[in-house]
Design a protein around this ligand. Structure first.
Ligand SMILES: NC(=O)c1ccc[n+]([C@@H]2O[C@H](COP(=O)([O-])OP(=O)(O)OC[C@H]3O[C@@H](n4cnc5c(N)ncnc54)[C@H](OP(=O)(O)O)[C@@H]3O)[C@@H](O)[C@H]2O)c1
Length: 259
């Protein structure tokens, strides 16, 4: 009962179709594809099995490594920033990671003033992505020392819902996409209620997955409007080192495993 339910992790994938199952009509052997295999996982491998609906044809202009960075992080970035507007004060918590790097760029292109929050080593990177202001989460509590925000996209929710409420301007919106189950539950219950009572909107961003949701970001990457930042690639034998690198707080943007 204590055995892990998944044998092989890894959900964002890119590669060449080696075989198709019965009823598959959109893809053929040899097609270059990418997608988010969240349902089946198994991405840290030479071969992976994915449902047809999770995949899209890879744009020829993007490498496999580049395309693999887009599905999950791109969907989060687009959906997490869709309510930004010109002049909006937007704060992205955890902005130096994979989703954050895309989210900063998308919100900036919408004319928002973006503040990025992450550790000290990622401040320059967030500025390079377009953040006008940056905050080191280990030194500064953005919920106390700053102007309130119109939109907060939280990729690491771990503060109290009262702190997030404090950081929101009237009519503002807070959405968390990541964090512990406990903090997500708090946001969905207490946060939602506090928001309703105080003319703010607080909730969990339940990210819609699939090509329709990440494809538009890939097109923007192809056009050069949005940059893909791969900080480092690791071989398949080095997956533990790749995960340790990510967990160690050093990764800027994306880390990719290349079999
Ligand atoms: N809602 C959904 O449906 C959905 C779907 C898929 C994924 N997700 C979630 O979305 C989240 C974002 O993914 P991602 O790929 O962008 O993750 P990521 O690349 O690991 O980026 C997270 C960033 O947050 C930083 N961080 C850690 N603790 C922080 C704190 N207390 N304050 C501010 N920043 C902090 C990390 O820096 P350090 O290096 O210092 O730790 C890292 O740069 C993940 O939690 C993922 O599980 C949600």
């Amino acid at each position: 009962m204590r055995r892990p339910r998944r044998r092989t992790l890894g959900s964002d994938i890119a590669g060449v179709v080696a075989e198709t199952g019965r009823g598959v009509s959109r893809f053929h052997v040899g097609d270059e594809v990418y997608g988010d295999n969240l349902a089946l996982m198994g991405g840290f491998a030479e071969f992976a099995v994915a449902p047809e609906g999770a995949l899209a044809h890879k744009p020829a202009e993007l490498s496999f490594a580049e395309a693999s960075t887009i599905p999950q992080a791109g969907a989060i970035a687009l959906q997490g920033t869709h309510s930004a507007f010109p002049g909006a004060r937007v704060l992205i918590n955890g902005a130096g990671g994979g989703s954050g790097a895309f989210a900063i760029q998308v919100a900036t292109r919408m004319g928002a003033h973006v503040t990025g929050v992450d550790n000290a080593a990622k401040q320059e990177f967030m500025r390079a992505m377009g953040a006008e202001e940056v905050v080191d989460y280990r030194r500064d509590d953005f919920t106390r020392s700053r102007e309130p925000y119109d939109l907060i996209l939280d990729l690491v929710a771990h503060r109290s819902v009262f702190a997030y409420r404090r950081a929101l301007a009237p009519g503002g919106r807070y959405r968390c996409a990541g964090g512990s189950v406990r903090s997500l539950l708090r946001v969905a219950t207490i946060g939602w209620s506090i928001g309703r009572l105080t003319r703010r909107s607080m909730g969990v961003l339940v990210v819609k997955q699939g090509p329709a949701h990440f494809g538009p970001l890939a097109l923007r990457c192809v056009s050069g409007e949005v940059r893909i930042h791969i900080e480092r690639t690791f071989g398949l034998d080095d997956v533990p080192a790749a995960l340790a690198h990510l967990g160690g707080g050093h990764a800027l943007g994306k880390v990719v495993v290349v079999p």
